[in-house]
Design a protein around this ligand. Structure first.
Ligand code: SF4
Length: 74
């Protein structure tokens, strides 16, 4: 298992995460990225992910120009 942490408040709405992994990322009504099925925790959003989802989420993290997507492996 792993966890994706998204510091949504710092999103600049570039859309790169949603372009590279549309099955997991979308832009909300305000144009900010939203990790599908994630939950708000304190100042960020997060979601537990299975092992096989790690590579694509790491790709999303790598393309984010402001580096606010983090994949934390357990
Ligand atoms: S890649 Fe980063 S800045 Fe761009 S929409 Fe996704 S979370 Fe926001």
């Amino acid at each position: 298992m792993a966890k994706v942490v998204h510091l949504k408040k710092d999103c600049i709405s570039c859309g790169a995460c949603a372009a590279i992994a549309p099955q997991y990322w979308e832009l909300d009504a305000e144009g900010l990225a939203q990790l599908k099925e994630s939950l708000p925790v304190e100042n960020h959003w997060e979601k537990e992910i299975p092992e096989q989802e790690i590579p694509v989420q790491e790709e999303a993290a790598n393309v984010c120009p402001v580096q606010i997507i983090h994949v934390k492996k357990k």
